[in-house]
Design a protein around this ligand. Structure first.
Ligand code: BGC
Length: 441
C-alpha cells in the first residue's frame, strides 16, 4: 500500500455542532418544551430533562474534550426562549451566561459559530402563530440585535436560521415537529417567506453591528432521486422534492420564492449570505405511494448503502460531494455545518466520518471553496421527535448519571483534526477495510 496523506488547507475549521434545546436541559417555555410535554409526540414519551446539562455547566467538560482532541471551532446555538421569555422581557442573566459559554469556547481555542435559531421558538411567539405570523421577522430581528450586541466581543461567525426547510417540512407538511400540521401548503409558504424576511433582516442587523461578521444559514441539502427510474410519478416527486427542499437558499439568489405552484418576490433577501452553511446527512430515493397522509412519498436509501441502527440514515458519502457541486452555484465559501450519523454502538461512524471527509478533500482539490467541517455531534443529545433513541455523539451520554462515554470515533476524528488531513497510516490503524478504497494501488 502506498503511504500518502490527504491534506486540507491551512486554517481549515474542524469542529462539532450542537444546538441549545438539544444539549442545555431544563429548557424554558418554547414550542419544543410544550411539544415534548404532549403525549404521543416524542418516541417512547422520552423527555429532554437535563439533556447534556449545559445550562448546569457541563459545556465546560465537553469543550475541554473537543479542544483536547484537536478541534479548533464549535458550532452551538442560543435559545430564543431563554433570552426573550416574554414579548416585552429580556433575560440579561441568560445573555450573561451565553457570554460565558462563548468566552469559554474562545479561551479553549474553539472558534465559536453561533446559530440564532435552531428549531425552537419562544412559546409567546408560537401562541401568536409562530413564523406564520407576519410580525415574526421583526420579532426575530429584535432578538438578533439584542443577542449579537451581547455576544459580539467573542463571536463573529453567525448562522441566522438552522434548516428552514426541515422546520417547515416537519412542522407544516409531515407534522412531526410543532405545530404538527399535515400537508398545510398555505402555512408552509407563509413560514418560508417569513423566515426569508427574518434571515435577511438578521443579516443586515448583524453587519450593522459588526463590520467583520460572517453570516450565513445552515441549509439541509438532501440529494433526491426517483426510486424507480421507469415510473413517471417517482420522477415527478423527485423533480418537485428539490423545489420544496431548496426554495429557501434559491430565493437568496434572485429574490424569487418558488414553492410548488406559489410564487413571491422578496428582493430584499438577495445576497444575504457570506458563506454557505451545508448540512448533509444522506441521499434519499423517493417512491410515489397512494397515501395522502404521507404526502404521497415513501423514502428509502440506495440498495447498496450501509444503513444506520434505526434505519434513519445511511452512509452515502458521494452525496456530500454532490451537495458541494450544488452549493457552488452560490459562489461563496462553503462550511459543512452538520454531518454525522446515529450509531449508538459506533460500528459505522468511523467509516462514515472518514469517507465523508475524504469526499470533502476531493472537493478541496477541485479548488471548490470548502473551508470547514462541523461533525454532528460532540455528544449524544436530544434528537427532537426521536428523543434519546438515536445517538449521534462522538461521545456517548448516560442520561441518568450525565457520564460521558468515549466512543472509538473520538480518536480517529482527533487525529484528522490534529493533522489537518487523512493519512494512509490512520486508515490502516482505525478502518483497515477502507484502505483499498481510499488509498488504491
Ligand atoms: C438538525 C439537528 C439534528 C440532526 C440529526 C439536523 O437536521 O439540524 O438538530 O440533531 O439533524 O437528526
Amino acid at each position: 500500500m502506498p503511504t500518502a496523506t490527504y491534506t486540507f488547507p491551512a486554517g481549515f475549521l474542524w469542529g462539532t455542532a450542537t444546538s441549545a434545546f438539544q444539549v442545555e436541559g431544563n429548557s424554558p417555555a418554547s414550542n419544543w418544551t410544550a411539544w415534548t410535554n404532549e403525549p404521543g409526540r416524542i418516541l417512547q414519551g422520552m423527555k429532554p430533562g437535563l439533556a447534556c446539562d449545559w445550562w448546569g455547566g457541563r459545556w465546560k467538560e465537553d469543550f475541554d474534550r473537543a479542544a483536547e482532541s484537536g478541534q479548533n471551532a464549535h458550532r452551538l446555538s442560543v435559545d430564543w426562549a431563554r433570552i426573550q421569555p416574554a414579548e416585552d422581557r429580556w433575560n440579561e442573566d441568560a445573555l450573561d451566561y451565553y457570554r460565558q459559554i462563548v468566552r469559554g469556547a474562545v479561551e479553549r481555542g474553539l472558534l465559536p459559530m453561533v446559530t440564532l435559531h435552531h428549531f425552537s421558538d419562544p412559546l409567546w411567539l408560537s401562541e401568536q402563530g409562530g413564523w406564520a405570523n407576519p410580525k415574526s421577522p421583526q420579532y426575530f430581528e429584535a432578538f438578533v440585535r439584542k443577542t449579537v450586541e451581547a455576544l459580539k466581543e467573542y463571536v463573529s461567525l453567525w448562522v441566522t436560521i438552522n434548516e428552514p426547510n426541515i422546520y417547515y417540512f416537519s412542522g407544516y407538511l409531515t407534522g412531526e415537529f410543532p405545530p404538527g400540521h399535515h400537508g398545510d401548503l398555505e402555512s408552509t409558504f407563509q413560514v418560508l417567506c417569513n423566515m426569508l424576511r427574518g434571515h435577511a433582516a438578521a443579516y443586515r442587523t448583524i453587519h450593522e453591528i459588526q463590520k467583520n461578521a460572517r453570516v450565513g444559514l445552515a441549509h439541509h441539502h438532501r440529494p433526491l432521486r426517483a426510486a424507480r427510474s421507469w415510473m413517471p410519478f417517482d420522477q415527478l416527486i423527485a423533480h418537485l422534492g428539490p423545489q420544496v427542499m431548496n426554495a429557501f437558499p434559491l430565493a437568496l439568489k434572485d429574490g424569487k420564492v418558488r414553492f410548488m405552484l406559489k410564487q413571491a418576490s422578496l428582493p430584499e433577501v438577495v445576497h444575504t449570505q457570506d458563506f454557505f452553511g451545508l448540512n448533509y446527512y444522506a441521499i434519499n430515493l423517493l417512491k410515489f405511494v397512494l397515501k395522502p397522509a404521507d404526502n404521497f412519498i415513501k423514502t428509502s436509501f440506495p440498495k447498496e448503502a450501509e444503513v444506520s441502527g434505526s434505519g434513519f440514515l445511511a452512509n452515502l458519502p458521494e452525496g456530500l460531494f454532490e451537495s458541494f457541486r450544488w452549493a457552488r452555484q452560490f459562489n461563496i465559501p462553503i462550511l459543512v455545518t452538520e454531518n454525522g450519523i446515529e450509531d449508538s454502538d459506533d460500528g459505522l461512524r468511523q467509516r462514515y466520518l472518514v469517507e465523508h471527509i475524504h469526499q470533502m478533500w476531493r472537493a478541496v482539490t477541485y479548488s471548490w471553496p470548502v473551508k470547514g467541517y462541523f461533525h454532528w455531534s460532540q455528544i449524544d443529545n436530544f434528537e427532537w421527535e426521536r428523543g434519546w433513541t438515536q445517538r449521534f455523539g462522538l461521545w456517548g451520554l448516560n442520561t441518568e448519571t450525565q457520564a460521558r462515554i468515549r466512543r472509538k470515533s473520538v480518536d480517529i476524528y482527533a487525529e484528522i483534526c490534529r493533522t489537518n488531513g487523512i493519512s494512509s497510516e490512520m486508515i490502516k490503524k482505525y478502518v483497515p477495510a477502507l484502505t483499498g478504497k481510499l488509498f488504491p494501488g
